[in-house]
Design a protein around this ligand. Sequence first.
Ligand SMILES: [Ca+2]
Ligand SMILES: [Ca+2]
Length: 476
Amino acid sequence: MKYLIAAFISFVTFASFASSPSDPGSGDWPMWGGTPDRNMVSNMKGLPIEWDVKTKKNIKWVAQLGSQSYGNPVVAGGMVFVGTNNEGMRDPKQGGDRGVLMAFKEDTGEFLWQQTHEKLASGRANDWPYQGVASSALVEGTHLYYVSNRGVLWCLDINGFRDGKNDGPVQDEKLTGPNDADVIWSFDMMEEVGSYPHNMSNSSPVIWGDLVFVSTSNGQDESHVHIPSPKAPAIIAVNKNTGKLVWEDNSVEDRILHGQWSTPSVGKIGGVDQVVSAQGDGWVRGYETATGKKLWEFDTNPKDSVWPKTRNELISTPVIYQDKVYIANGQDPEHGEGVGHMYAIDATKRGNITESGKVWQFDKIRRSISTAAIVDGLVYIPDFSGFLHCLDAQTGQEYWQHDMLAAVWGSALVVDGHIYVGDEDGDITVLATGKTKKVLQEQNMGSAVYATPVPAHGRIYVNNRNQLFAISVDGK
Ligand SMILES: [Ca+2]
Ligand SMILES: [Ca+2]
């Protein structure tokens, strides 16, 4: 009887997980978006909707980061990992301007270890001063993957040297103390595939099977006319165990409008495992995961649009939901506000699907670099002009919008009937999900929030420019 009950419980668990592919199902938040489809939703319950960073109400802990933090936190293996710069220097031996990935203990916020990267000698063209590590890490088992400010894809041991072992084929780390990173392997995209990242490398890895996928950030040089590496791929697939290149694709060729700062997504679409990549010519492309065979491509810009006034690039991450891809276009925040377009794309179609794959187009969004959260048939997506939109996932009809009164760089997280979204003024607004707008709370984090709040084990983790917060009801 006991075994029967156990079997039944595991069946129920599997069924509830299967019905919500966008929830990691483990209580962790191990990658950007939580799951490979990148849908910013979670099934978690009991998260706080109000807190106060001044009085410490519902604040579990606060950890110091650098002065600018564009990476988003991920939570796995009892740790929180986040990208930042080196202005909160943890080790005087590693001084100066660097990109930094930091690991903290999930329960206490104790700093555990870091990996730092000096800036590229080529300077702002490839590696903008003080912007640090802008990639959100991915954790699978004991391995952590991210892209550094130098355009290198890293695989590290999440336990560093604190496990008393130097893991992986890389054994010649110069720093091997308890606060240093244990490297498994690395893949230098500038050296290996000739990419020339424009201003920063920021792709957040995604894994499917044995492959890890990242964008190369290949782009223009500082002239904003010339593309130094027109033959370099926009997306690569690397074996997650060996760090060897498996496939690459350069459909974008020399048509990059500016940079390539979107991040790939993966899902089963129409029964086919696809990696979806938003690229520097404003097109979104779908590939067979195992082979890199291109399945479809979709232009997100109207034919008569002109760069940079009305034609946009893609910085937002594509979200895969019920065989469709949801994405908004926009531009580098430095370019300011402007017109944008949002699409639902039927990714079961093949070839150039700009017409045949267009399920709907929404033109009342402004330029957006945010990623959608889709739940119960509703899409929640902010834009860079500060409007949060609620759209019908099937039709694109807008139910409501909310003016945050400041630019939004991050994305909305939806969990337990609540929408959390941060803005450049440092406010995090919490709204109720549903077809009617309802603002529940607003709280200020003390400095700009470029990141997206993430849920893990009953807490919310979010970073402002220089601090990482763990937020939970009664500081649990
Ligand atoms: Ca180790
Ligand atoms: Ca090692």
